[in-house]
Design a protein around this ligand. Structure first.
Ligand code: HEM
Length: 462
């Protein structure tokens, strides 16, 4: 039987074709297993609202095999049932609520400051004096630096001119692990000792986990030193890892198993969303001009945005919502309802049916989003909502998933993207570099551009 990776394989264009051919629900087979694809907001809602206390996404066997071989504890993606629930209760602290995310504003602004310096260097070094040939690559390093700083409270040098060796090795190993996981998914197990992919897959993970362990060990030493200095009566509770360890939410061993999974989830997601947002803003100068007006109205040039400013920037939020509607980074997700039979679309399905949630095609449904392929952030603004939009379906676009198993990092992802976008638009007019042309999306675990997105960052006056 073919193994499933994090996301059940169903490329966006297949979703579109299959929905056109079969309607909003169809089945397909992966080996002997039946997948029930749901591709309309009401059906999605029916599946998700019937999930139990411990929702199951899919089996993640391949990731678990690595953890088992290395004697690591499972993280939020790999754990199930009650132990997942307990882990999520711990990890949700200081992460899930908007007020939790607000705590990281200064840290994120520090990383944004450094990104702006790095961007300026890159522009200055380009022939045109304002050109960045592959913005997704730069956002990748921004996102990695940001999530590491939040999780481990450590800067890892991604935005320096010369990136430290162990950070480079980490980045390489993430690519390596994902590439080789494809072979591991589709090739039979007996080929593992014969072909190099299995060793490479495990090595990729090992580097990822030892990178995390090193940062956790450093934190433990710091905590120990603080306790020695200040005594056990006054532990200093600051960032995420510090809080989790000192408040007893997680043991060091649990942190070692979980934090690398958070790290993996927090990089491609935000970096690709930022790339798509700037791509569309550069193709829609009037929307960019309106956003610029909103941004400098709240945060004039030279000022750094604060958390409270963001509440007054509805267009900024709408730009990100619209970006995620068009390009849900996770274009397909899944749920297995393990505890009961469920009825969906008038059919009764047995326990343990695997439902594939076709988010990409759902969020481009013209009956919910008129002119669905157009980038129109205004559709999310309350004052512009026509009668059609007032009836917008709550499951029309759910890029962060749903319910207790929904995205853990949603609030920090939103904050991180809002803070960076504010600064970029405040300082630059962004245009598409001529070599870029039309960009479409392809699914590589997450939804990414099919080619490099080159942009020009033209300095604004004043
Ligand atoms: C644009 C940014 C992001 C998007 C669109 C996104 C989207 C998603 C989606 C769709 C899921 C599956 C939810 C479900 O099954 O209902 C998910 C899960 C998850 N995300 Fe995110 N994510 C983003 C950023 C982040 C960041 C920055 C972190 C870092 C902490 C993160 C951590 C996680 C974790 C740990 C899970 C698994 C939760 C669980 O199974 O309990 N994500 N994300």
């Amino acid at each position: 039987m073919a193994k499933k990776s994090f996301l059940v394989y169903s490329p966006p264009r297949n979703q579109v074709l299959n929905k056109a051919k079969y309607g909003p629900m169809w089945i397909n087979y992966i080996g002997p297993q039946i997948h029930v694809n749901v591709a309309s907001a009401p059906l999605l809602e029916q599946v998700m609202r019937q999930e139990g206390k411990y929702p199951v996404r899919n089996d993640m066997d391949l990731w678990k095999e690595h953890r088992d071989l290395q004697g690591l504890t499972y993280g939020p993606f790999t754990t199930e049932g009650e132990s997942w629930y307990r882990l999520r209760q711990a990890l949700n602290q200081r992460m899930l609520k908007p007020a939790d995310a607000a705590l990281y504003t200064n840290a994120l602004n520090e990383v944004v400051d450094d990104f702006m310096v790095r961007l300026n260097q890159l522009r200055a070094e380009s022939t045109l004096g304002d050109h960045v040939p592959d913005i997704a690559h730069q956002f990748y390093f921004f996102a990695l630096e940001a999530i590491c700083y939040i999780l481990f409270e450590k800067r890892i040098g991604c935005l320096e001119r010369s990136i430290p060796q162990d950070t480079k090795a980490f980045v390489r190993s993430v690519g390596f692990m994902f590439q080789n996981s494809l072979y591991a998914t589709f090739l039979p197990k007996w080929t593992r000792p014969l072909l190099p992919y299995w060793r490479r897959y495990l090595d990729g993970w090992n580097t990822i986990f030892s990178f995390g362990k090193k940062l956790i060990d450093q934190k433990l030493e710091e905590i120990e030193a603080q306790l020695q200095a200040g005594g056990p009566e006054e532990p200093r509770i600051s960032g995420y890892l510090h809080f989790l360890l000192t408040s007893g939410q997680l043991s060091p061993r649990e942190a070692e198993g979980s934090l690398p999974e958070l790290l993996m989830a927090g990089v491609d997601t935000t970096s690709n969303t930022l790339t798509w947002a700037l791509y569309h803003l550069s193709k829609n100068p009037e929307i960019q001009a309106a956003l610029h007006e909103e941004v400098v109205g709240m945060v004039p040039a030279g000022r750094v945005p604060q958390y409270k400013d963001l509440a007054h920037m509805p267009l900024l939020k709408a730009v990100l919502k619209e970006t995620l509607r068009l390009y849900p980074v996770v274009p397909v997700n899944s749920r297995v309802i393990t505890d009961k039979e469920i009825e969906v679309g008038g059919f009764l399905f047995p326990k343990n049916t695997q439902f594939v949630l076709c988010h990409y095609v759902v969020s481009r449904d013209p009956s919910i989003f008129p002119e669905p392929d157009r980038f129109q952030p205004q559709r999310w603004l309350r004052k512009n909502q026509t009668d059609a939009l007032k009836g917008q379906h709550p499951f029309g676009s759910v890029p962060f998933g749903y319910g207790v198993r929904g995205c853990l990092g949603r609030r920090i992802a939103e904050l991180e993207m809002q803070l960076l976008l504010t600064r970029l638009i405040q300082q630059y007019e962004v245009t598409l570099a001529p070599e870029t042309g039309e960009v479409t999306s392809v699914a590589r675990i997450v939804l990414v551009p099919n080619k490099k997105v080159g942009l020009r960052f033209l300095q604004r006056q004043g």
